[in-house]
Write a protein that binds this ligand. Structure first.
Ligand SMILES: [Zn+2]
Length: 117
């Protein structure tokens, strides 16, 4: 499962965009949640910045699963994203976190890690 998610992130051309305002009325997206949504025709995944890092990772997985399994229902995708999140190991979680954190947040995390070393 993680490999599928990683492949899409690295090779499909999708851009992950952090935003504070999620527009509920924009065009063309499947599934419009307040935590995030995907616009396949524009190759964009929007993630709501107001949620914490773990929530954002679950949301990113959720939106990628819409791309991988277009016929699955919202509830199925929701369950699957939570299961996939719970099975991530530390390096897989780190890989996904990189996509949902702003440059400033990444710098803070790297600094914190240095102090712990
Ligand atoms: Zn959804």
């Amino acid at each position: 499962m993680f490999d599928k998610l990683k492949n899409i992130l690295l090779h499909s051309g999708y851009r992950v965009i952090l935003t504070k305002k999620i527009e509920k009325d924009s065009h063309g997206g499947l599934s419009r949640g307040i935590k995030g949504y995907i616009l396949p025709d524009q190759l964009k995944i929007f993630i709501n910045k107001r949620f914490g890092a773990n929530d954002r990772v679950v949301t990113l997985i959720h939106e990628l699963l819409h791309e991988i399994y277009p016929s699955k229902t919202e509830n199925q995708v929701d369950r699957l994203s939570k299961t996939a999140f719970s099975k991530l190991n530390v390096s897989q979680l780190g890989f996904l976190q990189f996509f949902i954190m702003s440059p400033a947040e990444i710098r803070l995390t790297l600094k914190a890690n240095q102090h712990n070393a």
